[in-house]
Design a protein around this ligand. Structure first.
Ligand code: ACO
Length: 325
């Protein structure tokens, strides 16, 4: 049976120049390098420069992904941008990216699912391609998350950083089997009962301010391990595959301990997990494509590999995308 598959043909990422180490963090809040590394695996995060906007980070990543795919920018007919830190409340940051890329056709819009944003945006891209709405989609996860932080709150400010990642997704013909190149299955969830466990205490219609990140760390941790393990299992069930079939697990980079806990729960060998959180902390919607880009460019992820992407974030929101590279 011949079907349309969504194939990731290019990937790119960008981290701002300014690197803020744990050691430097100790001059900002009462913390230590040992505490941060032991509880999170984070060694440093990158911070956008004054005046550097989310769209600027996104453009760096987008241009790298376009070059990697080897396409003409004018082939892009859809831009889906996952961000919680838009340049402005409106218009969507995606339209700024569209204009800066010199595109005057197609559609560009933002998606807000916090740390799960990239997985949500990629799932929308897959749906648009399979139903004929789009042919070539630029999917971006980009954040200037540092601007949402309370830099006096050591329980949150050590965890997050800024960055961007992007992929080009294009339609291709497949056989309808697990051997096809492209996205094989996607699964998304949200449960708003937990919206006050990880949130920002401001907003347009509530306080009229931007607000700061607030989090019940232990509760987030507990739910993250369970939800991530569940969405991995559902993608395996949907495709009839087993954990041994997975070549690379590329999770949302929130916290090394969450990744270790998930791996243990589902029996995934640690050497199959791509971990980049140490270098950039939690970059929210940017973290999955940042990790993916690293693993593709250093040669770990190769054509034909089975790659499982996953994320969990505020809401709670969570989901997974299984891709044959
Ligand atoms: N430096 C030093 N001490 C600290 C720091 C810090 N940066 N932050 C908190 N502490 C202290 C606390 O004050 C507390 O001290 P006390 O015992 O004297 O009261 C002690 O460390 C233990 O605090 P806990 O919050 O219980 O520490 P825990 O072991 O739960 O670790 C952490 C905290 C790392 C936040 C953990 O709960 C976690 O990883 N949660 C998941 C959060 C996360 O990843 N969120 C990202 C967004 S969601 C997502 O992307 C999946």
């Amino acid at each position: 049976m011949s079907i349309i598959r969504s194939v990731i043909t290019g990937v790119g990422s960008y981290l701002p120049e300014r690197r803020l180490s744990n050691q430097e963090m100790t001059t900002i809040v009462d913390t230590t390098d040992e505490w941060i590394v032991e509880r999170t695996g984070i060694h440093a995060r990158h911070i956008a420069a004054d005046g550097e906007k989310t769209s600027d980070l996104a453009l760096h990543a987008a241009r790298a992904a376009i070059a990697h795919a080897g396409i003409d920018v004018q082939e892009i007919d859809t831009i889906i941008m996952a961000t919680t830190t838009p340049d402005n409340t409106f218009p969507a940051t995606a339209v700024t990216v569209q204009a800066e890329l010199g595109l005057h056709h197609g559609v560009a819009f933002d998606v807000q699912a916090v740390c799960s944003g990239f997985v949500f945006a990629l799932t929308i891209a897959d749906t648009f391609i399979r139903c004929g709405q789009s042919k070539t989609v630029l999917v971006i996860g980009a954040e200037t998350f540092s601007r949402l932080l309370d830099w006096t709150d050591r329980t949150t400010c050590v965890l997050f950083g800024d960055g961007a990642g992007a992929v080009i997704v294009q339609g291709a013909t497949g056989e309808g089997t697990n051997a096809d190149r492209g996205i094989l299955t996607t699964h998304l969830h949200s449960d708003g009962r937990h919206r006050d466990k990880l949130y920002v205490d401001g907003g347009v219609s509530s306080t009229g301010t931007i607000g700061h990140v607030r989090m019940e760390g232990r509760e987030v941790f507990r739910h993250a391990v369970v939800n991530i393990a569940d969405t991995i299992k559902e993608s395996l069930t949907a495709t009839g595959m087993t954990i041994d079939d997975i070549d690379w697990f590329i999770p949302h980079q929130a916290n090394k301990r969450i990744l270790d806990g998930t791996a243990k729960r589902i029996g995934l060998p640690p050497e199959k997990i791509v971990v980049t959180v140490g270098e950039h902390g939690n970059t929210s919607a940017a973290s999955v494509p940042l990790a993916l880009d690293g693993a593709v460019r250093d040669g770990r992820v190769k054509r034909g590999d089975l790659v499982l992407l996953e994320a969990m974030g505020g809401g709670f929101t969570w989901g997974s995308v299984m891709v044959r590279w």
